[in-house]
Design a protein around this ligand. Structure first.
Ligand SMILES: [Zn+2]
Length: 727
């Protein structure tokens, strides 16, 4: 008895000491009995006595510990709490006594290491006895203890949230059924990015918030129920080379993650963490968004290829499977559709299909913003099926595997805007075949003012476009945006008063008002031939896709000298070089110099993501290096000086840019104007160096110089400028 009393001298004694408990209304006897029964091992009977004690005025600190000792032999702590709770509620005790019982239950659970249960009990106690400071202190202490090393640890450590606020958010969360994270953001004004950081640090995976621009992963949601995803708070986001990305509110929940692995039929899962409300938004977006019909229709049509095997195949299986996987295989058909749709949705310009004998995989890469990125890998043996399928779609010879072929695919699927792809197949080493698809997304023309021309170039360009006749050339390698620029320029002059003919291969951009002809060299309809027919078809403006040869170029010049405005492109690296290239082709220097209005050389480079780009102050050395790349003397014109607040930007990563640090592209330009001095140089067949020197004196910036200025403006970084401007 004495021993027990000592044991029971816990913090509770203090709590209950203030209460005027009427001494000895018989509980000592019952307590003694309970204790004896407990020591004898008659636990059920002991528990019954303890229950009786709850009805008396016996302090809970004398009842609960012993009662728990007995019950713990057979039950879990959470069950015990429920049991005791039930008893308590059946007894119609005063609020204060209920608070005392809950408080002692809290202490006992905390002592035994069940801190989450303890917190629940303290909260229940506080509810019944809201003014009790001791209970509140206990809650704050346990919350900060419980949530250090928790998903809120970072927020607590950075003092962005106090344990008290967190406690409030937790209990509010239970009432409102909103997530704690959501409440922290909405009610406590904690920046979402910080909440995300906290989750990301705790779960060691990326945080992702809702972005309405996210493409619907049709192939992944096909087999899943909306209500199920909403209930379990996770959603598949995308399917890439590393596997399937799943956004979930708690990546540490093994029950859910195990279930997800089962459902997606792959072990390659990358989890990212999000707040529950964002996950719900994604679910609604994916299932009910604007793309609703498309998603649903496509699910029935495409299903998914959920069981694509990412694992290595056994050797002897290969041959047998290859037979199965002919072009009729629905799996291949679906895979090809999926890849194309995904590329289209991601705004990829090209799809590369590359079977490799070394890795025994077929790599699929997308070109996004001008840079190839790995998209997925499928088993090597699927390559032949994929190639055959593509050939069938493009209507080219399926049996020809030893020679390159090209064709066009008109891609029409429910829920996707119809678009075209150009297919090129190329036999590669080891009897394999690669395929490259160019996505010809039919876009409208870009506004002239959005071209990213600097002030000088804009002025000169406008002056050139106002001319009634002459030749305007846009030059650069494949993929430098020449067609976009030409259409943007045509868009500026396009009006009902003039007739504009274009010859393109293929027609990638359409504009109302333009009459556009697609070249078909296979049947002899090449640029030169189209040009000649244009001249008989009353044109004011002619755009010719490319001046590939002497014939096309000379017809172009002829047309420009007979009163037409002629636009074309060339695959040359710089504006001055274009002049010498055309002269080398054998064009008449006098005619050419008369006709030339201007040459715009251009490159596309990636724009820094405006959401996450990081400002920094370059070192003196870095600055000097950039100046020497620009040309020390010429740099003065930029009026950029090395001051302490001079800044450049570097890429970082965020959701908006899928972690690449770049978003979208922009042009850099080198615009050579056909001034009288330049025309004189052309007549003399001068070198491109001489032309560069004079035009630089007249205000022309080179591609690299234009890029450097744009880097100082924070639009891009020097790595990008150097990448696209190889000297
Ligand atoms: Zn970003």
């Amino acid at each position: 008895m004495i021993k027990m009393m000592v044991n029971l001298k816990t913090a509770t004694a203090e709590l209950t000491a203030g209460n005027n408990t009427p001494a000895h209304n018989g509980f000592e006897e019952i307590l003694q009995r309970a204790l004896s029964l407990k020591e004898l091992g008659l636990l059920d009977k002991a528990v019954a006595e303890y229950e009786n004690l709850l009805k008396t005025d016996c302090p809970p600190s004398k009842i609960i510990p012993g009662m728990m000792d007995c019950l713990l032999k057979t039950q879990s702590p959470s069950k015990i709490i429920r049991k005791i709770d039930k008893v308590v509620h059946g007894l119609r005790l005063s609020a204060l006594r209920i608070a005392q019982i809950h408080f002692v239950l809290g202490l006992e659970n905390e002592r035994r290491g069940h801190e989450d249960l303890a917190l629940d009990m303290y909260r229940a106690a506080s509810e019944a006895d809201p003014k009790n400071k001791k209970i509140k202190e206990k809650i704050i202490r346990i919350v900060s203890k419980l949530y250090s090393g928790s998903r809120y640890d970072y927020l607590l450590r950075k003092k962005m949230v106090t344990p008290d606020q967190l406690r409030t958010a937790l209990s509010l969360s239970k009432k409102t059924k909103q997530s704690v994270e959501y409440l922290l953001i909405e009610q406590f004004n904690i920046p979402k990015i910080e909440v995300g950081e906290s989750l990301s640090l705790y779960y060691k995976c990326p945080f992702r918030s809702f972005d309405p621009k996210t493409a619907v992963p049709v192939e992944l949601i096909g087999n899943l129920k909306k209500s199920f995803l909403l209930h379990d708070s996770w959603v598949p986001m995308s399917w890439g080379k590393n596997g399937v990305e799943i956004l979930i509110d708690d990546p540490g929940d093994l029950r859910k993650t195990g279930q997800i692995r089962g459902l997606t039929k792959t072990t390659r899962i990358i989890f990212s963490v999000g707040i529950r409300e964002d996950i719900e938004k994604y679910v609604f977006h994916f299932f009910d968004g604007k793309t609703e019909s498309s998603a649903k229709d496509m699910i029935t049509e495409l299903d998914m290829i959920p069981d694509i095997d990412f694992e290595e195949e056994d050797d002897d299986l290969l041959e047998a499977e290859e037979d199965l996987l002919n072009e009729e295989s629905s799996q291949v058909v679906r895979l090809v559709d999926q890849v194309i749709i995904n590329a289209y949705r991601k705004n990829a310009s090209d799809i590369h299909i590359e079977p490799s004998p070394e890795t025994r995989k077929t790599g699929i890469r997308f070109r996004l913003d001008g840079v190839c990125q790995e998209y997925a890998q499928v088993p090597e043996h699927m390559a032949r099926g994929i190639l055959s399928r593509l050939k069938i779609m493009a209507g080219i010879d399926i049996a020809e595997r030893r020679l390159p072929q090209d064709g066009k695919i008109k891609f029409r699927r429910k829920g996707v805007k119809p678009f075209e792809l150009r297919l090129a197949t190329i036999p590669t080493a080891g009897g394999r075949e690669d395929a490259v698809l160019r996505v010809l997304a039919s876009a409208g023309a870009m506004a002239f003012s959005d071209m990213g021309l600097n002030e000088r170039n804009m002025k000169v360009m406008e002056r050139i476009l106002d001319q009634p006749y002459g030749m305007i050339l846009v030059v650069g390698p494949t993929g430098s945006g020449k067609t976009t620029t030409l259409h943007s320029a045509l868009g500026r002059i396009n009006n009902p008063g003039i007739k504009i003919w274009t010859a393109e291969d293929p027609v990638e951009i359409t504009q109302i008002g333009l009459r556009q002809v697609e070249a078909k060299p296979k049947i002899g309809l090449d640029f030169a031939r189209i040009m000649r027919s244009f001249l008989r078809a009353d044109p004011d403006v002619i755009m010719i896709g490319e001046m590939r040869d002497f014939e096309t170029a000379s017809i172009g010049i002829e047309a420009s000298l007979t009163g037409h405005l002629v636009f074309s492109t060339l695959h040359t690296n710089s504006a001055p070089e274009t002049v010498t290239r055309l002269l080398d082709m054998g064009l008449n220097p006098l005619n050419f110099s008369d006709s030339l209005l201007g040459v715009l050389a251009q490159r596309l480079l990636r724009r820094l993501c405006p959401k996450c780009k990081k400002k920094y102050h370059p070192s003196r050395e870095e600055f000097d290096e950039i100046i020497s790349e620009y040309g020390r003397e010429a740099f003065k014109i930029t009026q950029i000086e090395y001051t302490p607040d001079l800044t450049l930007y570097r890429p970082w990563k965020c959701d908006a840019c899928s972690g690449t640090g770049y978003k979208g592209r922009m042009g850099i330009h080198e615009l050579l104007e056909g001034t009288p001095e330049i025309k004189a140089l052309i007549k003399k067949k001068s070198t491109s160096e001489q032309i560069l020197k004079i035009s630089a004196g007249q205000g022309m910036a080179t591609l690299k110089q234009d890029g450097i200025v744009k880097a100082f403006l924070g639009l891009t970084d020097m790595d990008e400028v150097r990448r696209v401007c190889i000297n």
